[in-house]
Write a protein that binds this ligand. Structure first.
Ligand code: NAP
Length: 326
């Protein structure tokens, strides 16, 4: 089969399209999925650089997220049959699983979910990491409740748009930040009540004004190394910041948290257990079916352009999700 194969760690050009990669063979507990679209996440780019905490043995095929049709099921698998439309959503690749940047991938049934008929394969490839992360951050870590105000700090990308849609559907008031006018227009269209540009000098004043000086109850933070200190000053009493994205160290003033009984919460999707994962995907598939979740695909590239996609996912000016057509 065709697959992206990484044979050495390094810059994006280590992602090479190969025509004769071996077809994966399902064991009794596996499902073989014909991938139609693969989702590109920043973590895929960290991993090929070789500097990330998770370093797969070489050679490997990247990709946690994808959508397509079930092609074959192992003898012990229940609940899936050839032809089912599905998307992959697990806490990182399953043991023995294979990457989604390929024509076929092996997936454990617990990490496979039915795709509602109204959801495209491209949209299905935007769910596994971004929507699950957004759900986890908002509802399982921050305990966000209807009527509260959330700041999605970095709302224009894969996780950000997911946060906006999920929070809007649950009855929260949503403030979304982004770095471009096009990105902010999409954030508003997906349900944000207020949008602010995180590259403009006084955008935090706009956030405080929008909350009548009270501050926000929850912040989902995509760039904690830049924003964590100022986030603490934007919180209402008993506010919570969830650190989703971080690319360096930062100095904070803990007094800002002390005076508000505020909490800084970390999260990584790799830590999600099976029960929490089942809740997350029940919530996501219900939202897809009833139309409140409608993942936004900003860019679709052919599988052979995986290297270009990895460069793009690390550049500023996010616009929803980047996917590879397989
Ligand atoms: P993405 O699609 O590339 O989006 C990146 C987002 O960060 C964009 O909205 C971007 O806005 C925003 N951003 C850039 N500079 C910012 C700043 N100074 N302040 C606030 N926001 C800023 O990436 P993604 O898939 O949404 O992931 C977002 C981050 O979360 C990444 O760092 C990723 O590694 C991390 N992540 C973590 C987990 C986890 O389990 N903890 C899971 C998924 C993702 P503009 O481009 O409009 O400026």
């Amino acid at each position: 089969m065709k697959a992206i194969v990484v044979r050495e760690f390094g810059k994006p050009d280590v992602l090479k399209l190969e025509d004769n990669a071996p077809d994966p063979t399902p064991g009794p507990g596996d499902v073989l999925v014909r991938i139609r679209a693969a989702g590109v996440n920043p973590v895929d780019a960290y991993i090929h650089s070789g500097t990330y905490v998770r370093k797969p043995p070489l050679p490997y095929t990247p990709g946690f997220d994808g959508a397509g049709e079930v092609e074959r099921v192992g003898a012990d698998v229940k609940g899936f049959a050839p032809g089912d439309r599905v998307y992959i959503g697990g806490p990182g690749k399953n043991p023995g699983g294979s990457g989604s940047y390929a024509e076929r991938a092996l997936v454990l049934p617990a990490h496979l979910h039915k795709l509602p008929s109204r959801t495209t394969f491209q949209q299905g490839a935007a769910l596994g990491v971004p929507y699950a992360t957004a759900y986890r951050a908002l509802f399982q870590r921050a305990g966000a409740r209807p009527g509260e105000t959330v700041l999605v700090h970095g709302a224009t990308g894969g996780v950000g748009i997911a946060c906006v849609e999920l929070a809007h559907a649950r009855g929260l008031r949503v403030i979304g930040s982004g770095g471009t006018d096009a990105g902010l227009a999409s954030v508003r269209e997906r349900g944000a009540d207020v949008v602010v540009n995180h590259r403009s000098p006084n955008y935090t004043d706009e956030i405080m004004r929008a909350t009548g000086g009270q501050g926000v109850n929850v912040i989902v933070e995509m760039a904690a190394h830049v924003n964590l200190d100022r986030d603490l000053g934007l919180l209402a009493k008993f506010g919570r910041v969830v650190v989703v994205g971080n690319r360096g160290r930062v100095e904070i003033d803990p007094r800002q948290a002390m005076g508000r009984d505020a909490a800084v919460l970390g999260m990584t999707l790799f830590n999600v257990n099976d029960a929490d994962l089942a809740e997350i995907h029940a919530g996501i598939t219900a939202g897809l079916a009833n139309g409140t979740l409608n993942p936004m695909i900003g860019r679709e590239l052919p599988l052979g352009d995986a290297a270009r996609a990895h460069e793009a996912v690390m550049e500023p000016g996010a616009l929803g999700k980047i996917v590879l057509a397989v």
